[in-house]
Design a protein around this ligand. Structure first.
Ligand SMILES: CC(C)(COP(=O)(O)OP(=O)(O)OC[C@H]1O[C@@H](n2cnc3c(N)ncnc32)[C@H](O)[C@@H]1OP(=O)(O)O)[C@@H](O)C(=O)NCCC(=O)NCCS
Length: 182
């Protein structure tokens, strides 16, 4: 399954990742403030290269657990400002999971929310999902805010459920159903 690339929103273009996106992807994923609440540490150039290979393959999803990936570009801006992902979690349950990572220099402008909204359209439209979830560390205020602005409902607060980066972390689980989206 794949969307009808490219996807366009008011200010953004979402397209598959390309080999030429390495510098932008590395800049975003090498930043400590970006990875603070992700499972991974800041990525080296080699690590960003293998991440980019997976993201290029993620122009479509073929099986459960595959991630659809989009490079997010500001119209006429040229550079990739965001890395958007949608996992096909379950075929039987028609469930997906959404994730987003944006360039710190471009944060706070509503880009993640605008781009993620387009991906929810893909999830419930093109892919026919019934439910999309979003997970975030409870202290990740910006991520929480994006999930709320998308109209997702907080369904769980898992207390100290994961040992990450030398500490117990707590996870919030958000979700939205197709009928709620429409
Ligand atoms: C989460 C992330 C993608 C949001 O990107 P963004 O483009 O800045 O998102 P938006 O501009 O659409 O919305 C961000 C919201 O969070 C708010 N926000 C950001 N930092 C905040 C903070 N420290 N405290 C309170 N609110 C904060 C913004 O004000 C905005 O809300 P508003 O529209 O009500 O003012 C970005 O912060 C990021 O890449 N973080 C690191 C990676 C990450 O943690 N991804 C999520 C993994 S679950």
């Amino acid at each position: 399954m794949k969307p009808d690339w490219p996807l366009e929103t008011e200010r953004l273009v979402l397209r598959p990742f390309e080999p030429g996106d390495l510098a932008d992807l590395h800049r975003i994923h090498a930043d400590e403030t970006v990875t603070r609440y992700l499972y991974n540490e800041p990525r080296s150039l080699d690590e960003a290269r293998s991440l980019l290979d997976r993201k290029i393959a993620g122009a479509q999803v073929c099986a459960e657990e595959d991630w659809l990936s989009a490079a997010v570009i500001v119209r006429d801006g040229g550079h990739v400002v965001g890395d958007l992902a949608l996992q096909w979690v379950s075929e039987v349950h028609r469930t997906g999971e959404i994730g987003f990572v944006f360039d710190p220099a471009q944060q706070g402008r509503g880009y993640a929310t605008e781009a993620a909204r387009a991906f929810l359209g893909v999830a419930f439209g093109d892919f026919g999902f019934h439910r999309v979830v979003g997970r975030t560390e409870a202290r990740n205020t910006a991520s929480v805010r994006v999930l709320e602005k998308l109209g997702m409902r907080c369904e769980a607060h898992l207390v100290e459920n994961e040992w990450v980066k030398g500490e117990w972390q707590s996870e919030l689980v958000y979700a939205i159903l197709d009928r709620e989206w429409r």
